[in-house]
Design a protein around this ligand. Sequence first.
Ligand code: FAD
Ligand code: KPC
Length: 519
Amino acid sequence: MVNINQDHWTTSRWEQEIRVRLGEATDGQAPLVNINADDTREFDAIFLGGGAGGRFGAAYLRAMGGRPLIIDRWPFLGGSCPHHACVPHHVFSDVAAQLMLERTFSGRLWFQDMQGKMVSIREIVEMFRRGRTGPHAFMNFQSKEQLDLEFVLGSRARIVDAHTLAVGGQIYHANNLVLSTGASPKPFTIDTQGMEGVFNYASLVDTLEYEPGPTVVVVGGGKTAIEYGCFFNATGRRTIIVSRHQPLTMINDAETRAYLLERMAEQGMEFWANAELTAIEGDGRVNAVAIRTISGGIKKVETDFVFLGLGERPNSQEAQETLGVEVDTNGAVKVDTRMQTSIPNVYAVGDLVGSPMEMFKARKGGMYAARNIMGEEAHYHFKKYPDFMHTHYEVCWLGLGEEQARERYRNVVVLKLPPDNPDGQSVALPAGDRMMLYVMMKPHLSGFQKLVIDGDTRRIVGAFHVGCGAKDGFQYLAPMVRNGLTVDELGEMDELFLNPSYFIQLCRLRAGSKVLRGM
Ligand code: FAD
Ligand code: KPC
């Protein structure tokens, strides 16, 4: 066992180490141990899994004066997010947005002619695979040098009991255990074992070694399916989304959904809804799939690339078998508002405790577990949250959609851009950052935004944004809306004009009237 506690590696040194370790099989390697031998205290908690939940939980516990230990099978901290989830998803979504711009203005201004041009998926995946060790290295550097965290990395841990873990021949004890082992892609109903050419978000970035052909079939209708589908489409490939239900149901406003679906169709996306992939054909490598369509007939599609976006399943099996923690029907570990499982001194956080599987929930769950372990009584009351996804655009939403608001309030007022009018498609608004070329040359692609208001109380009850750059704003808008933000208060704010979301100025234009009117 090599203890690197007294070494102070730079990010470059970390990157070098991680690259070597990722190139080798994880099991069988000597773990990377960073333990302060001079600290004789018992660990307050072992965090099993050093992803968003484990790392933030450990950092918080340390900040409170406690002693956490993180154990992770990967040679880096940060977990799925930088390795095969949020970070590649954002790389691919950036590529999709950029390529939509290139294709829309193909041959105009300085844009190259993109007619019939297919961009390499493999090159983009390889670029990410090389680049991801940068964020990995920073996570280790920050955790050790700035957050003063102790950890054991690069080797799978085995749960012995509620206070004990075994890693690489060593035993580690702690007063508490925080399970933060995340989730994995859900298996498909069809057995795809040994069939090359079938990918999920993890295997895509870890194993793609060939250039996919001109047709991509994506299975699923959730965020990952649509986001990755838009990326494949933007590379110039025919992209068919096969979903059992209607796509984009997570966006709870019909007009916003319609705007997105129309624009995706314009980019060439094909939605085969109420359909099912029934067979994957090929001798060791996929060459075609069979799809039962909405009409009940079976259609065969030739393809060498199938992407499964079926959602995730919590990695709870080992904790269930060894500790007996209670899980729900989806395999999510059951926790109370203090993040305690059914077993004393065992906590669980992050994707392991079920949906929504989002970074903020994993990180905050870790923080609440830490506070409780450190003797506070702290309850995580999960609230409605702002959400986002990518198509070729960035899409943000919070609160009630217009239809939901009309069911609840008798006087719903809507402020939106572009406005309803017979030439609606040609209105060059909203006009915001990264959308200005569309504004000038293809106005109907310049985005969509909508504020839903209860006209009687003048309170904002919902907000929707399609375009680019509004995500930051939505983070801060959400708690204000929860606290009763009114049109008048929003109209008082100072906009950084031109800004991606026009909510402030739209509110100011109407706030003067006692009886609110829409626009
Ligand atoms: P993880 O980060 O998965 O950490 C679990 C850790 O446990 C891993 O490091 C693993 O190595 C370790 N582990 C498991 N078992 C063992 C064992 N036996 N021994 C040792 N170590 C073990 N969320 C957002 O908020 N924004 C996004 O843009 C976003 N994009 C996403 C895109 C995709 C494609 C996917 C799939 C998810 C995305 N998410 C996004 C969700 C986000 O990635 C997760 O919510 C988050 O990573 C969960 O963190 P976690 O700590 O619960 O799990
Ligand atoms: C590099 C980066 O910020 C994305 S990965 C974040 C992992 S963690 O900070 O542990 O939630």
